[in-house]
Design a protein around this ligand. Structure first.
Ligand code: GMT
Length: 376
């Protein structure tokens, strides 16, 4: 099949899911065209089935806001015609589904019919898309998509609750490549860069936005380190980072916390990690938690959104109410303070991650593409 993937090219979240999806489709022999404003972070171009087309938005002094949707829809039209693309798969409704719909209409006027699949990822529904300024356009573009998927049952329910959506939404969970980075593959020497042998390693990875509740990460760690010798790895970049660094100074734990910024070595950091923290306000899925579990790392998370579909209470970790840092710290300590318990949770986390193996999820997307192409 010839598939166009539209996504954000950024670290984490929907961009990573879209990129990993495209890479796997290419490995399976499909021709994949990434169409976005810069090369997706995890995209490796050394595969003859992978193509990358950059969307350029020329600067013009008249424009206070550059018209990205216009440039994207034009690029989609050109690429579909040039490469005879058979299906458009847009990740994140805003503005991709909107631009995709416009491209479809332009192509239709030239006698070319192509199906569009929209995958909802989370903030496009729960935070941004729900804003009254965007809601009519988001509702319209979801309803005008030929197929809609969401990354969790929780996100599907939220979409029906918040929007007047008539379309059927299919749940296709996020996935992970199991066994890509075998557990414990990195050397002890690398571990010492992060912590002493007697210290446990706790990790948080995110875009450091408000929704991630970064102060809760610091508060939970503050309680943990009082009882268990440990270090905290803060991976990612975003608006809450500075405040978190200040908080660590104020709590006198700055020497126990490393702020990495965005990193391309997430697998390596996770392979040394003993516990992952994700206390988010809302999380449609929590891909970072799954990435941790696939490296055999138990998860302490909030119980919001789709997190209970990924992290299982008392098995792969624990879930607490949003903001209940006391319970999160207590659960974290109960895992970390006992080696047998830690070993059990690590093994369980890895076992559970296997349910989301890319090999189990990919056929769902391939089946969807086949149905979509056949119908058109
Ligand atoms: O985590 C973020 O804030 C980034 C965001 C995105 O759209 O890139 O992530 C969302 O999509 C991910 C991939 O499907 C999900 O794993 C995240 O849970 C979801 N984030 C939220 O719902 C806050």
């Amino acid at each position: 099949m010839k598939i166009a993937i539209v996504c954000y090219p950024t670290f984490g979240g929907s961009g990573v899911v879209a990129t990993e999806l495209g890479l796997e489709l290419a490995r399976r022999g499909h021709e994949v065209h990434f169409i976005t404003y810069s090369q997706p972070v995890r995209l490796a171009l050394l595969n003859p089935n992978i193509h990358y087309h950059e969307v350029n938005v020329p600067e013009y002094p008249l424009f206070h806001y550059q018209p990205y949707e216009l440039a994207l829809s034009s690029k989609l039209v050109d690429m579909v015609k040039l490469h005879e693309i058979e299906v458009l798969h847009v990740h994140y409704a805003i503005p991709h589904a909107y631009a995709g719909y416009m491209a479809k209409q332009m192509l239709k006027s030239e006698g070319i019919k192509i199906p569009m699949i929209t995958t909802l990822h989370g903030t496009d529904i729960t935070l941004v898309g729900n804003h009254p300024f965007y809601k009519p356009a988001v509702t319209f573009s979801i309803n005008k998509s030929d197929y809609v998927t969401s990354v969790s049952q929780s996100l599907k329910d939220e979409t029906y609750r918040l929007f007047d959506v008539k379309r059927e939404i299919e749940v296709i969970p996020n996935f992970i490549e199991i066994g890509k980075e075998p557990i414990g593959v990195s050397s002890d020497c690398e571990r010492t860069v992060m912590a002493n042998p007697d210290q446990k390693i706790i990790t948080h990875i995110s875009n450091f936005r408000k929704v991630k509740r970064i102060p809760d990460v610091v508060k939970v760690f503050y309680e943990i380190q009082k009882q268990v010798p440990s270090k905290l790895m803060m991976v990612g970049e975003g608006p809450e980072r500075e405040e978190a660094e200040k908080m660590c100074e104020d709590l006198n734990i700055a020497d126990k916390v490393i702020f990495f910024g965005n990193s391309n070595e997430i697998d390596k950091i996770l392979s040394f990690t003993d516990l992952f923290l994700l206390p988010s306000e809302t999380e449609s899925f929590g891909l970072a938690a799954l990435e941790a579990m696939a490296c055999g790392v138990p998860v302490i998370s909030s119980n919001s959104g789709g997190l209970p579909e990924v992290n299982k209470q008392g098995f792969s970790g624990y879930l607490s109410d949003v903001g209940d840092v006391e319970s999160m710290a207590k659960n974290a300590i109960s895992i970390l303070a006992n080696e047998d318990e830690l070993f059990k949770f690590k093994r369980n986390a890895y076992e559970l991650a296997k349910d989301f193996d890319i090999l189990n999820i990919m056929p769902m997307y391939e089946d969807l593409y086949e149905r979509a192409i056949k119908k058109f």
